[in-house]
Structure formats: structure tokens, C-alpha cells
Design a protein around this ligand. Structure first.
Ligand code: FRU
Length: 544
């Protein structure tokens, strides 16, 4: 090749790497931060009161600094563990480490020291992954007291010339997750692609082995590997490209669920995320339903020619993984997702922390119109936060009118709202939340076109990124002529579960703290509120 062509190829490769492999605006980091091992746990000392502007009151946030994906979700000895992508040194992405918190109920969290810090000697970023309880000590990491907790994560190595490569590594804890030791044979799994990440490991009874699903982001593929000891991995198969491929693939998860609760009819869900190119723009989440043969994933949905299946139609639900080791008597499949979007993640206007996790949700498969679909429901633990119940029924919203709800004692900045709505004669109807002077987040149902819209263009502070303001849509049919909405509003978020969790929209908003109004409205004719239940939700931080 001529030198000019070489330069051209290198430049194109660099630009491609910058734009796509690193996921939008991540590549400019960690400039500006200094690695200081003495400051790794400064979050535990920081002076925060959880009342800062936009601070979520019942969602998990780090006390200070940057967070992205949930990692290593595992239940162990009566505690839910949440590890997460964390920069211990600042509020933008960088020096990736695993932060850590534990909770008895997935709501009230105790912050812990950083579990697996960035490895300065090898310039090793501790990227996303999972954690398992090795009950039988298959890894040999146990010391005979309690089973070892084994974290399987991606080592993101930076070479001296600045180039990077990724491989899968292990760290284990023999004290229930308090301290971790990196395995000295790391990495345990390499592949011939510099982008190879987000290992998700679980024990598969049918195989009697550990199974790993891991992403080849730029190839729009996931790979499956099996192991007897978490150290030696055997390649089984790969899956993809399929579904949505408009961006890189990250953070896969594979799990089994009964269809309509029937234990004799189980299907497998392969969840894999996309950045950018998702349904609401930027990063988002898709899934496939099918069979796991013990070596291969055989997709059944989406069918040939059908569009991708979206987990969430909002902008801010990414990198979700499910909890491992939930006791059989509980039996739920639970997850949280990172409530942010790589299109603007590094500039959302919160300080001294950045990003939150979604509310915890339980996952279900349901047969909807002959198709097996993923359904998400808020976990019942959230009900313990309910305060000051207000109930209304049979309320008519006349056409071309707006009903402010504060006269019924219904307003706030952190609450839960359940609505059963009957469109009656309305063409479009819905409600507005976090309303104030010049601000509103609008949820509209378009009866004719069967579309639900969430509009945050006037939701408050939106100008920090051109990618932030927008209106997002999901196809939604009425059920028995009704629209059932279950809404969670927090100081800077809206999570909307439609028709008992069949459709979900999650978005961040940054309204004025004084914008606490709720308004119902209808156009083209009257609509009826069959039932409305409202609860303020208590802060999980005050109660600690
Ligand atoms: C997803 C992701 C993962 C990666 C991690 C790095 O948001 O890009 O693929 O492991 O973030 O922080």
C-alpha cells in the first residue's frame, strides 16, 4: 500500500474506533482525572445529603461521581449485591472500576468500598460483567468456609501506544463480597477481536455447567462458552447478526422464563443492547425469544421480516442484567438497567454524582396475540415506600379541557400513579407530570393510531445536549377498551409501565424542583378516569 493509503486507512480506522467502538462520547475520557489509589474510596467520606437538585429519592445513585452499567448482580446470604461501572475520581466516564452496594430489598442501599479498582499497573479498566456464587467451589477459589463469590468481568487493557484490547477475567471473594482478589491466571478467555466484552455467566441446570454469553460488539454477535470451573472455557456457538444492528452490541444476558407462568412451557430470552440505533435514539435494549439447546440459541421471535423487539421504548434504559442466585422459593427473575443514554450520558446536569439505576423490575414472558413477549413489572418491594394514598374513580375529563389534580391532593416530585383510563369519545388524551411554569412532561394516548407518546421537549433543563429533548412513541393497544398506566416519577425520571408491563418507557427529565403539578387532559371529546390511585413515595435515603 502507498503511504497515503496507509494514512487514509489508519485515519478511517481511528475515526471509526472513536465514533463507534467506544460508544459515542466515551472516547474523550479519562482526561482530566488523576489515578490516586489513596482516593479510591473517597465516596464513603463525601458530604452528601441526598437532597441535591435532581437527586433521585428511591433510585440507586452513587454518593458522588460517575456510574454506568449495573454489574455482578447477585443475591447472597440475604443481601442483594449491586456492583456497577464506576469512576472513583470524577463525574465523567473513566478509570473504570466496580463500585459496590448491598441491600435487603433492592431499594435501601448501603454504599461499600470500591470492590474491584482500576488496575493501574496494567492500565486495566474493569469493564462490565457478572458475578456468581460458586456453591460447589468448582473454581477452587473457596477456602472451605463460605462459597466463593466469583466476578467475571472484562479487562480493558491499554497498551503503551494507546491502543486497547479486551479479554475476560476473574476476581473472587471469600468474605461474601467485601474484598476481591484478582485471579493470577487472568485473563481466562481471549478472542481475536479487540472488542470482546461484557461476560454474563450463570449456572445452567440442564447443562450441569457454567454458561457465559459475551458480546463481540462490532460484529453484532454474541458468543456462548461453557465451563466446569469458571477458569477454562469451551466455545459452543455464536448468535447474530440479527434484530437491530444499527450500533454496536453490548451487555448480553440469557435466561429462562415460564410462558404465562406455566412451568411446563419455558422459553429462553436473549437480551442484548445496542448503541446507538435504538428505538428512541442512541443506546437502548432489544431481546430475542427462543430455545437454548445446551449449545445453541435458536431464535423464534422476532420472526423473519419482523422488526426488533424492544425492551423499553424510552431513552434511558441500558445495560440491564438479571440477578444471579435468587432463592428458588422466591423464583423471580429480577433486573435493573442503567438509566441513561450514551448520546448524552456524560453531560446530564447532576452534581456531585452522575447517573442512576432504574427501579428494580421482575421479568415475565406472556403470550400476547399469539406471540411470546417480555413483560416487566415494578418489584412489589416498592410498595413499602407508599405514603398518603389518594384514590379517585369515575372522573370525567371533558373534551378540550385540563384538570389540575392538586385540588385532590395529587401532586409531587416522587410518587407512584396507577390509572385506568377509558378513552370514551376522546381522540387523544393523557396527562402531564412535573408541570410548572413553562414546564411539563406529557404522556399522550392517540386513540386512533394506537400510539402512546412521551414528550420531554419541555420537561425542564434540556439544553445540555442536542440529543436530549424529544418525544418517544410506542405502539399500544387498549385492553377491554381501557388503557392501564403505572407510572413512577422521581426527582429526575419517569418510568411508565403500560398495560401491566407489556410496554415500558423510561426517560430522565430535569424539571425545576417546584414543578410538581399533575394535569389530566382530553381532546376531541371526553375521556373517563375509571380509577386513579396515587401515592407519594418515601425517600430510601432518609430512612437509613
Ligand atoms: C456499556 C459498556 C460496556 C462496557 C462498559 C464500560 O454501557 O460500554 O460494553 O463494558 O460500558 O464502562
Amino acid at each position: 500500500m502507498k503511504p497515503v493509503s496507509i494514512i487514509f486507512v489508519i485515519s478511517v480506522a481511528f475515526i471509526f474506533n472513536f465514533l463507534f467502538l467506544n460508544g459515542c462520547d466515551r472516547a474523550d475520557e479519562p482526561a482530566g482525572y488523576e489515578f490516586r489509589s489513596d482516593l479510591i474510596n473517597q465516596h464513603l467520606e463525601a458530604d452528601v445529603d441526598y437532597r441535591e437538585r435532581y437527586r433521585p429519592q428511591y433510585h440507586f445513585t452513587p454518593r458522588i461521581h460517575w456510574m454506568n452499567d449495573p454489574n455482578g448482580l447477585v443475591y447472597f446470604n440475604g443481601e442483594y449485591h449491586l456492583f456497577y461501572q464506576y469512576n472513583p475520581f470524577g463525574s465523567r466516564w473513566g478509570y473504570m472500576s466496580w463500585g459496590h452496594a448491598v441491600s435487603p430489598d433492592m431499594l435501601h442501599w448501603e454504599h461499600r468500598p470500591v470492590a474491584i479498582p482500576y488496575g493501574k499497573e496494567q492500565e486495566e479498566g474493569i469493564f462490565s460483567g457478572s458475578a456468581v456464587v460458586d456453591h460447589e467451589n468448582t473454581s477452587g477459589f473457596g477456602d472451605g468456609s463460605i462459597p466463593p463469590l466469583v466476578a467475571v468481568y472484562t479487562s480493558h487493557y491499554t497498551r503503551n501506544d494507546g491502543s486497547t484490547w479486551q479479554a475476560q477475567s476473574l476476581a473472587y471473594s471469600t468474605d461474601g463480597g467485601t474484598t476481591f482478589t484478582k485471579y493470577d491466571g487472568n485473563p481466562v478467555l481471549e478472542f481475536d477481536d479487540p472488542d470482546f466484552r461484557d461476560p454474563n455467566v450463570s449456572w445452567i441446570d440442564e447443562m450441569g455447567r457454567w454458561l457465559m454469553v459475551v458480546a463481540l460488539p462490532t460484529q453484532h454477535k454474541v458468543q456462548f462458552y461453557a465451563s466446569d470451573n469458571l477458569i477454562d472455557w469451551e466455545f459452543l456457538s455464536d448468535f447474530g447478526p440479527a434484530g437491530a444492528t444499527g450500533g454496536i452490541w453490548e451487555c448480553p444476558d440469557l435466561f429462562k422464563l415460564p410462558v404465562n407462568g406455566d412451568p411446563d412451557n419455558q422459553k429462553w430470552v436473549l437480551h442484548v443492547d445496542l448503541n446507538p440505533g435504538s428505538v428512541a435514539g442512541g443506546s437502548g435494549s432489544q431481546y430475542f425469544v427462543g430455545e437454548w439447546t445446551g449449545s445453541h440459541f435458536i431464535p423464534e421471535s422476532p420472526a423473519e421480516g419482523e422488526g426488533p423487539l424492544w425492551v423499553d421504548y424510552g431513552t434511558d434504559f441500558y445495560a440491564a442484567i438479571t440477578w444471579n442466585n435468587i432463592p428458588e422459593e422466591d423464583g423471580r427473575r429480577l433486573w435493573v438497567g442503567w438509566s441513561n443514554n450514551w448520546s448524552y450520558a456524560n453531560v446530564i446536569p447532576t452534581d456531585p454524582w452522575r447517573s442512576m439505576q432504574s427501579i428494580p423490575r421482575s421479568l415475565h414472558l406472556e403470550n400476547i396475540g399469539g406471540e411470546v413477549r417480555l413483560v416487566q413489572r415494578p418489584v412489589q418491594e416498592l410498595q413499602t415506600l407508599r405514603r398518603n394514598h389518594v384514590q379517585l374513580s369515575g372522573l370525567t375529563i371533558p373534551g378540550e379541557s385540563r384538570l389540575a389534580m392538586d385540588e385532590h391532593g395529587i401532586s409531587g416530585a416522587a410518587y407512584e400513579l396507577l390509572l385506568v383510563l377509558d378513552p370514551a369519545d376522546a381522540e387523544t388524551f393523557g396527562f402531564k407530570v412535573r408541570t410548572g411554569e413553562n414546564e411539563e412532561t406529557v404522556i399522550t394516548y392517540d386513540n386512533e393510531n394506537e400510539i402512546l407518546k412521551l414528550d420531554r421537549t419541555r420537561s425542564g433543563e434540556t439544553g445540555f445536549s442536542e440529543h436530549f429533548p424529544g418525544s418517544y412513541e410506542a405502539p399500544v393497544s387498549l385492553e377491554d377498551g381501557k388503557l392501564r398506566l403505572h407510572l413512577y416519577v422521581d426527582w429526575s425520571s419517569v418510568e411508565l409501565f403500560v398495560n401491566d408491563g407489556k410496554t415500558v418507557l423510561t426517560t430522565r427529565i430535569f424539571p425545576d424542583p417546584e414543578s410538581t403539578g399533575i394535569v389530566l387532559y382530553s381532546k376531541g371529546g371526553e375521556a373517563v378516569v375509571d380509577q386513579l390511585d396515587f401515592w407519594e413515595l418515601a425517600s430510601v435515603w432518609e430512612q437509613q
